[in-house]
Design a protein around this ligand. Structure first.
Ligand code: UD1
Ligand code: CA
Length: 452
C-alpha cells in the first residue's frame, strides 16, 4: 500500500527584515506567494495532507492557504518559541497519523518535488529522520550536520558549535522528514536548554540517535533551500526562478531571442514553436498557442493568444483578451475583455475594450471603443470582414454589421447595418482662394506689429 504523507509548512516568519506590512511568505515570486510555491510542490510530491503553521495576525496567510488548497489546514503558533515548538502547533494534524511527515519552510519557494520524493524514499527505507543538507559556500549561521559514516548523529546550531564544528560546510537546509511512527515522541522530548532558549527542531536528531533510531542526511542543491529574508533575497530567488522557467520553455520548443529579458508567471503556458523577441512580460493567466510570434516590449495579463498570431511590438493585452488564430495586434494597441476572431487585424494605436471583433475585420489606426460612460461599461460588436477607418470613435453600446465600413474620423453612435457605410463627421468644404486671403491678412497684421 502507498505510504501516506503530511507536509507541514512553517510560515510563522515575521519577516521584519523585509520591512513590509505583508507577512513574509505572502511576498510573491513569479506572481504567486512564496507559500503557494511550497504548497504546490507538496501537492506535486503527492502529499495527502498539508498543514501550515502561521503566526499571530496571520489571517491573510490563512486566506491564501484556503484558496491554494481547500483541504489544507492552518495552525496558529501564538508564541515564537522555536522550530520544534512551531511544528507542535500542528499537533492535531500530526495526531491524525501518517507514514511520512515532511517539515518545510514557507519562505523557500525554489524547493522541488524531487527533493521531497527523495526524502520519502529514505523514510520508506527505514529511517526515523532524514535531514536535507547542502554544501554552503558560506556556512555562517546555519546548523552543521555532524555525520559518522552514513549516520547523521547531530545538528549543531551555529551559536553552539565549536571552532572545529564551524569548519564543517555540510549544512542543515532546514527541511526534515520524520517517520510518523516516532515523530510525536521525538518532538515532545525537545527542550529549550540552549544559547537561544528555543525549542530547536534540530535536537530531534540527537534524541533519535540516543534511542537507537536511524537518522540520515540527504544532499540537495543549495539553490533549492534558499530562504528569503530580505527584498534582496526575494529578487535573487525571482531571478533563479525565472532562469529555470526560461530554460524549461526553451527546452520545450519556445524560441527566445533574449531570455534574460522575458518575465514569466508561475501559470504561464507557452506552446512549442512560439517565438519571443526581447522584453516581454507575462503577468498571471496567459496562454500562448503554437506558432505565435510576440515582438518586443509587450505586456500581457489574463490573455489567450491564438495560433500563429502576430503580436507587438509594444502590445498590451489585459484580462479577458481572447485572440483567435492568425490575428494581428500591432504597436501601441491595448485590448481588454475582447474576443477577436480569426484573422482580424488591429495594427496600430488602438483601444479595443469590452468588444467582439469578427473574423478578418480590419481596425484602422487610432480606433477607440468608447466603452465607459463614467459609470457603466458597454459592449462594441464589430462584424466579420468589417472595415473601421482610422481615427474612429465607436461609442458603445454599438454594433457594426458584417462587411460594413466606417469612414475615417467618424464618431459612431448608432449601429451600422451589414454592408453599409457609416459616416459620422462633418462634411469637407473647399473655399477657392481663401488660403491666399488668409496669408495676406496675416502678413499685414505682422507688419503692423513690428512698426510699434
Ligand atoms: C534553522 C535551523 C538551522 C538551519 C536553518 C536553515 C533550527 C533550530 N535551526 O535555523 O539548523 O541551518 O534553519 O535555514 O531549526 N519558525 C516558526 N516558529 C518559530 C521559529 C521559527 O514558525 O518559533 C519558522 C520561521 O518562520 C522559519 C523557520 O521556522 O521559516 C526557520 O526558523 P529560523 O528562526 O529562521 O531558523 P534559523 O535560525 O535560520
Ligand atoms: Ca532562517
Amino acid at each position: 500500500m502507498a505510504r501516506t504523507c503530511l507536509s507541514l509548512i512553517l510560515a510563522a516568519g515575521e519577516g521584519t527584515r523585509m520591512r513590509s506590512s505583508l507577512p513574509k511568505v505572502l511576498h510573491e515570486v513569479a506572481n504567486i506567494p512564496m507559500l503557494s510555491h511550497v504548497m504546490r510542490v507538496c501537492s506535486e510530491a503527492k502529499s495527502d495532507k498539508i498543514a501550515v503553521v502561521i503566526g499571530k495576525g496571520g489571517e491573510m496567510v490563512i486566506d491564501v492557504v484556503e484558496k491554494e488548497n481547500p483541504n489544507a489546514s492552518s495552525h496558529i503558533q501564538t508564541e515564537r518559541l522555536g522550530t520544534a515548538h512551531a511544528v507542535l502547533a500542528a499537533r492535531e494534524a500530526i495526531e491524525q497519523g501518517c507514514d511520512d511527515i515532511l517539515v518545510l519552510f514557507g519562505d523557500t519557494p525554489l524547493l522541488t518535488p524531487l527533493t521531497l520524493t527523495n526524502m520519502r524514499e529514505v523514510l520508506s527505507n527505514g529511517a526515523a529522520i532524514v535531514v536535507v543538507g547542502f554544501y554552503a559556500k558560506d556556512p555562517t549561521g546555519y546548523g552543521r550536520l555532524l555525520e559518522e559514516g552514513d549516520k547523521l548523529v547531530a545538528i549543531r546550531e551555529h551559536a553552539e558549535a565549536t571552532q572545529e564544528e564551524r569548519a564543517i560546510d555540510f549544512c542543515n537546509g532546514g527541511i526534515m522528514g520524520l517517520s510518523g511512527e516516532n515523530a510525536l515522541a521525538l518532538l515532545d522530548a525537545v527542550d529549550d536548554n540552549n544559547a537561544k532558549g528555543e525549542y530547536y527542531l534540530t535536537d530531534v536528531v540527537e534524541i533519535a540517535n540516543s534511542k537507537g533510531l536511524s537518522v540520515k542526511a540527504l544532499e540537495a542543491p543549495e539553490a533549492e533551500l534558499i530562504g528569503v529574508n530580505t527584498r534582496n533575497g526575494l529578487a535573487e530567488v525571482e531571478m533563479l526562478w525565472q532562469n529555470t522557467a526560461r530554460q524549461k520553455l526553451m527546452a520545450s520548443g519556445v524560441t527566445m531571442q533574449a531570455p534574460e529579458t522575458v518575465f514569466l508567471s508561475a501559470d504561464t503556458i507557452i506552446e512549442p514553436d512560439v517565438e519571443l523577441e526581447a522584453n516581454i512580460v507575462f503577468g498571471p493567466k496567459v496562454v500562448v498557442k503554437s506558432g505565435a510570434k510576440i515582438k518586443a516590449f509587450s505586456h500581457f495579463e489574463g490573455a489567450v493568444i491564438g495560433e500563429n498570431a502576430d503580436i507587438g511590438p509594444f502590445a498590451r493585452l489585459r484580462p479577458g483578451t481572447d485572440l483567435a488564430s492568425n490575428t494581428k495586434v500591432g504597436n501601441f494597441v491595448e485590448v481588454k475583455n475582447a474576443l477577436v476572431h480569426e484573422g482580424a487585424k488591429i495594427n496600430h494605436l488602438t483601444y479595443v475594450g469590452d468588444a467582439e471583433v469578427g473574423a478578418k475585420a480590419n481596425i484602422g489606426a487610432g480606433t477607440i471603443t468608447c466603452n465607459y460612460d463614467g459609470m457603466n461599461k458597454h459592449k462594441t460588436t464589430i462584424g466579420a470582414g468589417a472595415f473601421i477607418g482610422s481615427n474612429s470613435a465607436l461609442v458603445a453600446p454599438v454594433m457594426i454589421g458584417d462587411g460594413a465600413y466606417v469612414a475615417s474620423g467618424s464618431v459612431i453612435t448608432e449601429d451600422v447595418p451589414s454592408d453599409a457605410l457609416g459616416i459620422g463627421r462633418g462634411r469637407q468644404v473647399n473655399k477657392a482662394g481663401m488660403g491666399e486671403e488668409i496669408r495676406e491678412r496675416n502678413t499685414a497684421l505682422k507688419a503692423g506689429r513690428s512698426e510699434k
